[in-house]
Design a protein around this ligand. Structure first.
Ligand code: BES
Ligand code: ZN
Length: 613
């Protein structure tokens, strides 16, 4: 385990401290018939150690040639043995001459089962006429799309020239830089430029029959035409959230902020690809109640994309911070109680996650050790919520939002365009608050950063909005089986959508409801007809926990129609727990795993204890 992996990033083979890639040009053709990208990448390389060779990450790539880009003469390279989850090391021999800069061209193809790419057949799209391709590179899948130093410690600018069928649109995590006709009249070339240095996990591509609508002065929403108007309505607050974030964190440097609404199999809720946030269609609630995900991805434009974590052990530096800022944006739109409500919801989410993972589980540390660990396996809400809690705690301790907001801005300004680790952040905190060192010294840093389990301190939150959810939950728990007439839609008439969802979350953390209560809950609050994905998700989980037979069909439909792992994994796990549904879940998985993105299928196979062929 861990063979050949880097000292500074346990999830990458690369050696940026010796030889670093500074710019990438991607020139590939999108071949839908073979489900591959084929072409070349040009890498600008700076050698820091005159003897070092260039080391890159690859996974399932067919490396055809390595050449000197200027002379096109071949260069020697070796591909290491595949290492599970991490791919193969690609070592390129650099000439003995002492030259600090090199331009290298790598001719290559991806594999149809590239872990970063999902190739959809026309029947899997809304329009049913054209194929569709999208990528998801975070955390370490960029290496299966192109040979690169696949560590967030390395940031590069990039340009791209992508050849694709002329009737489709290509977009990337970059600014569009025009289109050109191709020698082949059925193909078109799309060009892109990303002038801000970014880590490899932010390289992204989508190819499909896309349309767009304007959302604001720097924003468009893109999707298949069937969804585009609905999406434009749902995300109409984008510019508002962007300007709140800018006030909070400083200038938005990415020029464009577009949104892309993907087909249902997109595996995450949102992905902060620069210039083009990717979103799951499960956010189309019809009432803008799920746009906090957009606020979150907007916040990444500073925390994550400008100030980046050096490797995935410091993932909380992006997700904890971004969660914290997301809550500030929502607070600024809906008031401070809304922010506290969300913070408290997050705290409970953290309790639930730690209970599930085990409070001694090393992956519940804010800064885990990822040697030999696939960062996909390490993923949980811990970095989001423990990170948020630490920042909230510090904010309270150090003088409240006014003082802490200034710190956040200064911190981003200090480390923008860089990749840092937790110590760097902490040292800056001490420097910035040097007059408050006595306060900082009392913090149990070891517990917060390096110990498993719940944080050492629970901050105080305003419970006004949350209390109503707790009260209603208690009423349900305490009600006798023959005393269910008391419940009606009036109970939740004044609830916001987040309150409904929190109420259901609280019920989920209790002992299972009886089938009778489950039926009454469903009828009283019209849950069968509720298609808000967050609410439906919790209703289905409650039903499965209650072993309520009526829920089996909706549960199977839900997990078949969507690929968002946050929803699909717990439901599959719940179905696996119940004898009545175990076999159905496994069968359903086998029937549909081909339609899923690799990472979803892979995670579910583990959850369902299915061994790979
Ligand atoms: N960057 C993450 C998504 C991600 C994390 C992808 C790790 C792959 C590996 C994104 O910003 C995110 O956190 N999305 C959340 C939504 C957010 C509101 C918590 C999601 O997808 O649910
Ligand atoms: Zn995030």
């Amino acid at each position: 385990m861990g063979e050949g992996l880097s000292e500074i990033d346990p999830n990458s083979f690369s050696n940026p401290e010796q030889c670093i890639v500074t710019d990438i040009h991607i020139n590939v053709e999108v071949d839908f018939s073979r489900k591959i990208l084929k072409g070349y990448v040009d890498l600008s390389v700076e050698r820091k150690n005159p003897k070092a060779d260039l080391v890159l990450d690859t996974r399932d790539l067919n490396v055809i040639n390595v050449r000197n880009k200027n002379t096109l003469s071949k260069m020697a390279f070796t591909l290491g043995e595949p290492v599970e989850n991490f791919g193969r090391k690609l070592e390129i021999k650099l000439p003995k001459r002492i030259s600090k800069k090199y331009n290298i061209r790598i001719d290559y193809e991806t594999a149809p089962h590239s872990t970063a790419l999902q190739w959809l057949e026309p029947c899997q799209t809304a329009g049913k006429k054209h194929p569709y391709l999208f990528s998801q590179c975070e955390p370490i899948h960029a290496r299966s799309m192109l040979p690169c130093q696949d560590t967030p410690g390395v940031k590069t600018t990039y340009t791209a020239s992508i050849t694709a069928p002329y009737e489709l649109t290509v977009l990337m995590s970059a600014v569009r830089d025009g289109e050109e006709i191709d020698d082949d009249p059925l193909m078109k070339k799309y060009k892109f430029i990303q002038k801000v240095p970014i880590p490899s996990y932010l390289i992204a591509i989508v190819v499909g029959a896309l349309e767009s609508r304007e959302l604001g002065p720097r924003s468009h929403i893109w999707s298949e035409k069937e969804y585009v108007d609905k999406a434009a309505e749902e995300f109409s607050e984008t510019e508002k959230m962007l300007s709140i974030a800018e006030k909070l964190l400083g200038e938005y440097v990415w020029e464009v902020y577009d949104l892309l609404l993907l087909p249902p199999s997109f595996p995450v809720g949102g992905m902060e690809n620069p210039c083009l946030t990717f979103l799951t269609p499960t956010l189309l609630a019809g009432d803008k109640s799920l746009v906090d995900v957009v606020a979150h991805e907007i916040a990444h434009s500073w925390t994550g994309n400008l100030v980046t974590n050096r490797n995935f052990e410091h993932f909380w530096l992006k997700e904890g911070f971004t969660n914290f800022i997301e809550n500030k944006i929502i607070g600024s739109m809906h008031g401070e109680p809304a922010r506290h409500f969300r913070a408290l919801e997050g705290w409970k989410e953290l309790e639930y996650a730690i209970e599930t993972l085990g409070d001694q589980n090393p992956l519940t540390k804010l800064v885990p050790d990822l040697k030999g660990v696939d960062p996909d396996d390490a993923f949980s809400s811990v970095p989001y919520e423990k990170g948020h809690t630490l920042l909230y705690y510090l904010e309270t301790l150090l003088g409240g939002p006014d003082v802490f907001d200034e710190f956040l801005k200064a911190y981003i300004d200090e480390y923008k365009y860089q990749s840092i680790d937790t110590d760097t952040w902490k040292n800056y905190l001490y420097k910035y608050f040097s007059e408050k060192e006595d306060i900082l010294k009392k913090i149990d840093w070891n517990a917060w950063l390096y110990s498993p389990g719940m944080p050492p301190v629970k901050p105080e939150y305003d419970c006004s909005l949350a209390q109503k959810c707790v009260d209603l939950c208690n009423r349900w728990i305490n009600a006798g089986e023959n005393d269910l007439e008391q419940f009606s839609i009036k109970d939740i008439a004044e609830f916001s959508s987040p309150q409904c969802r929190e109420f259901l979350s609280l019920l989920l953390q209790q002992e299972p409801l009886s089938v009778k209560k489950m039926e009454k809950l469903t009828d009283a609050y019209n849950l069968r007809e509720n298609h808000n994905s967050e609410i439906r998700f919790r209703w289905i989980r409650l039903g499965l926990k209650s072993q309520w037979k009526e829920i089996i069909d909706p549960a199977l439909k839900f997990v078949t129609n969507i690929g968002r792992m946050k929803f699909v994994r717990p439901i599959y796990r719940d179905m696996y727990e119940w004898n009545e549904t175990r076999e159905k879940a496994v069968l359903n998985y086998h029937e549909h795993s081909k339609e899923m993105m690799y990472m979803t299928a892979f995670a579910l196979a583990k959850d369902l204890q299915i061994s790979e062929d």
